[in-house]
Design a protein around this ligand. Sequence first.
Ligand code: ZN
Length: 457
Amino acid sequence: MSLPAVVAESSTVAQMPEAVRNVCDLPYDVLFELFRHLSAVDVTSLLNTCRGAHKHTQDPSIWQRYCSQYGLRSVVNFGGLSFYTVYTQLLHPYGPLLGLWASDYPYRGNIIEFRLIPGDDKEQGGLSTSTRHPVLPNYVRALKIGFDAPFVPSPRTTIASQAPSPRSPNDVPPKARVSCSVLPPVDHAHWHSTYVEVVPPSSYGYFMQGYRKPFPHPGFPPLDALWYDSPRGLPHLKPSIPVLVDQRELVRIYPAVRLPIIFASTTPHMKPAAISIHCSGGDDRCTQMYQPALPFDDLSTAPPRYYPLRWDIRAGVDPSDADWKLGTLEGLWLGVFGPYGTEVLHLTWHQEEEELRAIKLTGDANVPRGTLSWTLHASSNASPPIPTSAEWTSELPGGCLVYTGTGTISERGFPYGITVPLSIAILNADDIHIFWDQMNDTRIYTRYKGREGGAGC
Ligand SMILES: [Zn+2]
């Protein structure tokens, strides 16, 4: 554990009076001020180093300050636990989970959101029904990290291994538990233990074994993923060492009737560390939450890896406003993908190429997560509109901005993407209509405004 720089400064120590040679000799109120500049881990090691200060290890005013960094200002609903326990056992190990995560689950992907309630909780956005308009996420509680898990814990649930640790065994605070249930939390009988693990960087990726040859599944996250939230970090848990099996040779001997099949093997690209969620309840409904049904067999054995997804939720600007520009369309969007229903897109503006790009965060059996769904070419606004179906143009309000662009389509399994022309209309700050000429279909895209933006739960 690293000690704060102030402890190691030998030159200043030399100038100190004899009585204050050691930082531990400083009065506690001075130490307390010093803590303001230190990480929680450093504060813990300092308190454990100083005999006199050790009795202040659980001083609530220290830990209240660290808890408030996560927006938690009261622990009244934590069953009588202290700020110290809530911070060291819950927020320190698991705090980096807070926010959105996108998984590399083949084709469909998946997005989950961890948020802090006066407890600690995780809920999942499920996006599936097929309609003309994008369906807002239906948030389903999937797991809970807290101190009140009502099931009998298995040893695997106590994994807060790198939390600042107290010195004396008498101080050992209760560990936070990870539990999951697809049913409302009041029904305790269905709660069971689960665990969240940190998985190290990996060069493994998914492949599809077709009838003639294998082809790589799009990497996730893509190398230049602008949605990837690198400052977030990962939970402070001991990284696991997953057993990865290269299945490339195995699928070669598979009978043709079992093809196509998804398998895992090494790729040229290293993916960053991630988290994985393991449910030990043996409940299919839990598995379906993280691994929604696929129309292909899947030989891979490791659970999906979730990567931190930037909270890119923005207030739109109306195209009639003087501040409007294509860049104001950036952020998270929901779009309809025909029979596959609603999928999640991340829109980014690329000034140099004058392009607005929509990357799929969730996908489907034709065009998977991680691929470029469509691109709007800004310069096309000047050129005359391309001829498209009369039905499409008749639906558009007068004076809306129309651009041309390109979209990605594919046969099932995504052996390769095919680029097709599109007509793209910006209706207002939050709605885009795209006419996919090849499919003779207008698809509607709506800005995602977050849980409070009308999700209705
Ligand atoms: Zn479960």
